[in-house]
Design a protein around this ligand. Structure first.
Ligand SMILES: *[C@@H]1O[C@H](CO)[C@@H](O)[C@H](O)[C@H]1NC(C)=O
Ligand SMILES: *[C@@H]1O[C@H](CO)[C@@H](O)[C@H](O)[C@H]1NC(C)=O
Ligand SMILES: *[C@@H]1O[C@H](CO)[C@@H](O)[C@H](O)[C@H]1NC(C)=O
Ligand SMILES: *[C@@H]1O[C@H](CO)[C@@H](O)[C@H](O)[C@H]1NC(C)=O
Ligand SMILES: *[C@@H]1O[C@H](CO)[C@@H](O)[C@H](O)[C@H]1NC(C)=O
Ligand SMILES: *[C@@H]1O[C@H](CO)[C@@H](O)[C@H](O)[C@H]1NC(C)=O
Ligand SMILES: *[C@@H]1O[C@H](CO)[C@@H](O)[C@H](O)[C@H]1NC(C)=O
Ligand SMILES: *[C@@H]1O[C@H](CO)[C@@H](O)[C@H](O)[C@H]1NC(C)=O
Ligand SMILES: *[C@@H]1O[C@H](CO)[C@@H](O)[C@H](O)[C@H]1NC(C)=O
Ligand SMILES: *[C@@H]1O[C@H](CO)[C@@H](O)[C@H](O)[C@H]1NC(C)=O
Length: 871
């Protein structure tokens, strides 16, 4: 990240001047295809001020406003601006308010646990736990992660992830999020947000939005291409609403206190200064009451991002450790020189503090007791500056008994793809052989590669900032060896994938062979085996295909276990008769071996379902990622011309039969479906929200005397740290900006604090509350026809019936545990949003006249029950 940051500045300045496109509909109007450089993002100003709408927010707002009323302008600026990279203990901290004894808020990665800390748990990854289709597991995982963050002294957990959504399976960070299906992702993110925040920590749902690949996500200098501006994801309004924005609406509705704006551009405007995405959609239409935080160095302008809705800049400096900031002193200046109205800074501060009170941090907070940059007990409080030597790590063990639920969650997320009848194993097999580098420990240790940026040993987490240290990593080989040795069986292994003669010799002896293979990906600042974050291909890593073929060529009872970040190509081997079982185990986290052993040996009957599709080749998934510049030094234009047709929707549309479809997963028992009953539920009509907001609250007043903003005499300056103070009473000098005072024209309305029209599709967190009215209630009977208890996930899909609609789209599901021979009732609601399409002209959701059909079944392609919805 460091090397990229240096290149930001020049581009950022140019960007600030050309932010305001001049057409009225983003990326065309949804009825015409996207055309690259013509995709523009229309202006929307002023930035909506929070008003406390939504359950729990009113009280949080009154506390936040009371708090902010006491603050000076400098103190408000401190709340909004990070102190700079490696300035404090966390991956990001804003300034403190010493006068009130208010600590410097701590932002910490990651979506799978507390990053850069010891004595923490390494949880199952988002894209894997999605496969449990289990609301309770998602909530519990969120609650436990939140608890660990709270006990380490973290205010904001940087997760969960619903962007990338997973437009293309090679996207490097897909595994951090849940699923390319917006409904599965939406329900998972809502449960996770509730879990984290019930534990007293602010969730930061990220990355908003359309950050669907790692290559060119930020402007930067590239060895092979020179400087290249950030990629522009060009998407039309309908696709945005029906696909990518959908799970963010669920996160907002669940009360997420924070949302992180992403690195990329969308419709040719940098997202963290994109007024359409931040002001109109997120704060206007979705009624988001919390604060927008920039991704690390994703802010590229000062005043422009202020007006476009950004509320907190991370890590605060223009480039890592430049000592300069687009905000900090510049934000102070922009208010003093009359460019930015005070209400806008008040709104930033109130939003941050409202999130703080909303999750109860006023009572839940403990001082930060670890340091991201050093695991030693003693070290520097300000690591970049190398000052403040003292106790920095208390090594507090925050794990509690979370290992138990991590093991359960990972086992519940394991998907059985093929079973010729040999699974579950009994443990009494005469000769068990285990194969693969993926079955064993990384020779460098489980945390041996920085940010897990390598693919050595068993894969249980991808790489990048979305990671945490393992307290241990239970490997599959250890767990299977314990299983077999405990009963006095025979178990041997070869973990070198290229030891062909040893592999052959062992495979021939085995009565059952278990082969472990993997495919990894991660964040773009680390390149592993030539993969710059994004995967270069969908095949197995470490020559896994050859390993499988070598073993299965000599052993007629070969079980393949896949640890991967997403789908992999299995077409050349999956139907071999010698391959008697295939299991997708995803990225299970610290309990990996125990979880897979639970499934292999039948203690857990698998009930996981694929959160994505296994196809036969890459092209079936739609447009490829962009790996090389396509527009010279300008933004590569990434036209999302496939619209809403990603993953199974693309396969369905193009009549491609996948190998294992979205929603698919076997069990050690079988289920049947019957008795579909669709009942209409009375609900009022849909009424667009009308009327005006109140005026922007102005909280307190500020001194206009520049002398009051100079450096305090008694301050101990920390090198490269970002403070809110001015160097000089002369503003031009204080800004240190060559372009200071250039007569920029700021967008119309940006400073207008008078009452504003409300957005018709808005009205509450997540949008117009009537979108969530239940219109139908659906039940069906699910029967376990086998001899063992098992879990089944009945899935409800809807066909909206229009020419441009997916054949079927997931709308609801429920994981049921059913005893052998027994039946259970599947119950699911269908809301107004579930049966609506986004109308680009009225800028609202509408129920079209097309015939709508509801389907219930065990996968996106096995849908035995159906009924027409009558409105
Ligand atoms: C509108 O935007 C286009 C592309 O950004 C630009 O070329 C054109 O000059 C702009 N027109 C006006 C009237 O500002
Ligand atoms: C959308 O834009 C196209 C091209 O500018 C235009 O022909 C069409 O009428 C527009 N449709 C709507 C509904 O505004
Ligand atoms: C701003 O934050 C810094 C760093 O925490 C602190 O030293 C300074 O006193 C704060 N300034 C004000 C005005 O609170
Ligand atoms: C103010 O922002 C500009 C970029 O807009 C930057 O060049 C300058 O260094 C900043 N000033 C301070 C004091 O951080
Ligand atoms: C006010 O200050 C900001 C931040 O330094 C600067 O970007 C802007 O150009 C200034 N406005 C005026 C009118 O000087
Ligand atoms: C780690 O994996 C890489 C290939 O990804 C390989 O070149 C290297 O030898 C491995 N290192 C160890 C110690 O296994
Ligand atoms: C796909 O990428 C992996 C990881 O870099 C590599 O091991 C494998 O050889 C590649 N496959 C093909 C067909 O190039
Ligand atoms: C299956 O395994 C047997 C050994 O048990 C071997 O003779 C045969 O060639 C294998 N078949 C395939 C298709 O690999
Ligand atoms: C594998 O082959 C052996 C020997 O022919 C046979 O006894 C056994 O049933 C076969 N196993 C499977 C799973 O087909
Ligand atoms: C369908 O469900 C409704 C509401 O629970 C119930 O009143 C009705 O009897 C059910 N119909 C059938 C055929 O089971």
């Amino acid at each position: 990240m460091r090397w990229l940051a240096q290149a930001f500045l020049a581009i950022a300045l140019a960007e600030a001047q050309s932010t305001y496109p001049n057409t009225t509909t983003p990326g065309g109007n949804g009825t015409t295809p996207i055309e690259s450089q013509y995709a523009t993002s229309p202006p929307f100003y002023p930035s909506p001020w929070g008003d406390g709408t939504g359950a729990g927010w009113a009280e949080a707002y009154s506390k936040a406003q009371a708090f902010v009323k006491q603050l000076t302008l400098l103190e408000k600026v401190n709340l909004t601006t990070g102190v700079g990279w490696e300035g404090e203990a966390c991956v990001g901290n804003v300034g403190a308010i010493p006068r009130l004894g208010f600590p410097a808020l701590c932002m910490q990665d990651s979506p799978v646990g507390v990053r850069f800390a010891d004595y923490v748990s390494a949880f199952t990854s988002g894209g894997t736990v999605a496969a449990s289709w289990d609301r309770g597991e998602w909530y519990r995982r969120g609650y436990q992660m939140g608890t660990e963050h709270r006990k380490k002294g973290v205010d904001v957990q940087l997760g969960p992830v619903v962007g990338p959504l997973g437009r293309n399976p090679k996207g490097g960070r897909n595994w951090e999020g849940f699923s390319p299906d917006p409904v599965l992702s939406g329900i998972a993110v809502a449960e996770t947000v509730r879990g984290i925040q019930d534990a007293g920590v602010i969730a930061c749902t990220k990355h908003y939005i359309l950050n669907e690949q790692e290559h060119f996500r930020s402007p930067g200098d590239f060895e092979d291409f020179g400087s290249v501006d950030a990629i522009s994801s060009n998407v039309d309004d309908k696709t945005l609403h029906e696909l990518y924005l959908w799970p963010f609406a669920d996160a907002v509705r669940a009360g997420t206190g924070s949302i992180m704006c992403s690195y990329n551009k969308a419709n040719n405007s940098q997202v963290c200064q994109n007024s359409h995405l931040q002001n109109y959609l997120l704060k206007g239409e979705l009624g988001f009451q919390g604060f927008i935080m920039s991704d690390w160095s994703a802010q590229h302008s000062g005043v422009a991002s202020t007006f476009a809705g950004l509320d907190m800049t991370m890590p605060g400096d223009t480039a890592f450790d430049s000592g300069m900031s687009f905000w900090g002193p510049n934000l102070t200046l922009s208010v003093l020189n009359g460019t930015v109205p005070e209400w806008r800074v008040d709104d930033m501060a109130v939003r941050i503090m409202a999130a703080y009170y909303f999750v109860g941090r006023d009572t839940a907070s403990v001082p930060t007791n670890f340091n991201s940059w050093n695991l030693d007990t003693y070290g520097y409080q300000h690591p970049f500056a190398g000052v403040g030597y003292g106790l920095i790590n208390q090594h507090i063990d925050v794990r509690d008994d979370h290992f138990r639920s991590i093991r359960i969650a990972a086992a519940k997320s394991t998907v059985l793809l093929k079973n010729s009848g040999v699974l579950p194993l009994t443990g009494r097999e005469k000769f068990t052989a285990v194969f693969g580098d993926d079955s064993t420990e990384n020779p460098y240790g489980p945390n041996g590669c920085a940010d897990h940026g390598c693919d050595n040993g068993t894969l249980a987490m991808g790489w990048g900032s979305g990671t945490a240290f393992y307290p241990y990593l239970v490997t599959p080989l250890e767990a299977i060896k314990r299983e077999i040795s405990d009963v006095g069986g025979v178990i041997q292994s070869v973990v070198d994938n290229w030891a062909y003669s040893e592999i052959d010799a062992l495979a021939k002896q085995a009565s059952v062979a278990v082969v472990f293979v993997n495919a990894d990906s991660g964040e773009g600042y680390i390149t592993v085996d030539g993969n710059m974050g994004d995967r270069n291909n969908l095949t197995l890593w470490q020559d896994g295909e050859t390993l499988i073929k070598n073993v299965s060529g000599l052993c007629n009872n070969t079980i393949v276990v896949i640890h991967s970040v997403g789908p992999v190509l299995v077409d050349s081997w999956y139907d071999s008769e010698n391959i008697t079982g295939i299991i997708w185990a995803g990225l299970p986290g610290e309990q990996s071996g125990n979880s897979i052993a639970d499934v292999l040996y039948g203690r857990v009957n698998p009930g996981g379902k694929l959160p994505f599709t296994f196809g036969t080749n890459e092209s079936e998934y739609g447009p490829d990622l962009i790996y090389e510049p396509t527009n010279g030094h300008d933004s590569p234009q990434d036209d999302f011309e496939e619209g809403v047709f990603i993953d199974y929707r693309a396969f369905d549309k193009n009549n491609i039969t996948p190998i294992y479809e979205f929603g698919f997963g076997l069990s050690y028992t079988t289920f049947s479906y019957s008795n579909l009953n669709v009942t209409k539920v009375p609900a009022g009509p849909y009424t667009p929200t009308t009327g005006n907001t109140g005026p922007a609250p102005v909280l307190g007043n500020y001194s206009t005397n520049p002398a009051d903003y100079q450096w305090p005499a008694n301050l101990t300056y920390v090198e490269a740290y970002i403070y809110p103070y001015l160097n000089s009473t002369d503003f031009d000098t204080a800004s240190s900006d060559n372009d200071y005072g250039l007569n920029y024209t700021w967008p119309d309305g940006a400073t207008d604090g008078s009452p504003q029209p409300r957005v018709a599709a808005g009205g509450g967190p997540g949008g117009n509350p009537q979108l969530y009215d239940v219109l139908f209630s659906v039940t069906a009977t699910i029967t376990n026809n086998g001899t063992v208890p098992g879990d089944e996930v009945p899935q409800l899909y809807i066909s909206l019936g229009g020419a441009d609609d997916p054949k079927v789209a997931l709308r609801n599901f429920e994981r049921l545990s059913i005893q052998a021979g027994q039946s259970a009732t599947f119950t699911a609601d269908i809301t107004r949003r579930d049966v609506s399409n986004w109308d680009t002209v009225s800028q609202n959701w509408v129920i079209t006249n097309s015939t709508k059909t509801v389907y219930v079944g065990s996968s996106s392609r096995t849908l035995p029950l159906s009924a027409t919805l009558s409105f």
